[in-house]
Design a protein around this ligand. Sequence first.
Ligand SMILES: [Ca+2]
Length: 246
Amino acid sequence: MRLTFFVLIMVLSVSLNVSANRIFYDNFESKDVTMNAWKPKAGANYPEFEISPAYNFTVGGKTCLKLAPTNMQDWRDMWHTFNKIKPARVIVRFYERGWKNKIKVDQQYILIGDGTTDEDSANFCQIGQTGNPAHDGHYSIFDAVANTWIHTKTATDEPRWVKFELVIYDDGTAKVFVDNTEEHVFTSKWSGLGTVGFASYARNDRGGVIDGYWDDLEVYDTSEVTISAVSPNGKLAVCWGDIKQK
Ligand SMILES: [Ca+2]
C-alpha cells in the first residue's frame, strides 16, 4: 500500500518536472489582485467586474469572477497581455447554469489574440455563450481570420463548471477544446499568445441573462499540460498549480 503510494508520488513528480510553467493565474479570490492584473481597453473606463461568492471553482477558494454590465447594449472588456508566447495553453472555467434550465448568458466570452486587443490581433478568437438562438444549447467560438462562428459539439445542458482551452502548438497550429473535446482548429497559424481578455455585452431581448461567472484562469508556456486526466472537479490541476507557484 505504502509502496503503491510512493510510486504514485514518483509518477506525479516526474510528470511535474517535465511540465513547463504556469505563467499567469487568477483564481478571482481578491478584487485587488484582479484589479492589478487586468487592464481595460485603452481609453475605456475600468471594466465592471465583481468578485462574487455565488460560485467558486478554486480548491479552498470562495469566490469567482462575475461579469454583469450595468448598462444595456454596452460592451465591457478587460485584458492581460503576454509577449507572443508559443507554445501556450490558456485554460478557464465558465459556470454553466444549464440549458435545461433555459439559462444562457447573452453574451460573454473569453477573448484570446496574438496582439494586445481584438483590434491589433491578426489571429483572434472568442469562446463563450451568446443569446443567438442559432447557438441555443451549445457554446460559440469565433475564428476572426475565417470570420466564422463555430457552434460547439459540447452541449450546455447540465449545470457545471465547463473548461474552455485554447492551445497554441510549437508550429503555430491552434485549437480550442471544451471539456477536453476538440472543437476547432484555426484556419491560420498563430504567431503566439499576445492577450487574454474577458468581454461581456449586455442584452436581454433574446431570453438570456446578463450575469456570467468565470474562475481559475491559467496560462502555461507549454501546449502539453496533461490535465485532461484530472477528475472533473480539477483538484489535481489546482494542486499542481499550487506546487508550481511556490
Ligand atoms: Ca475562485
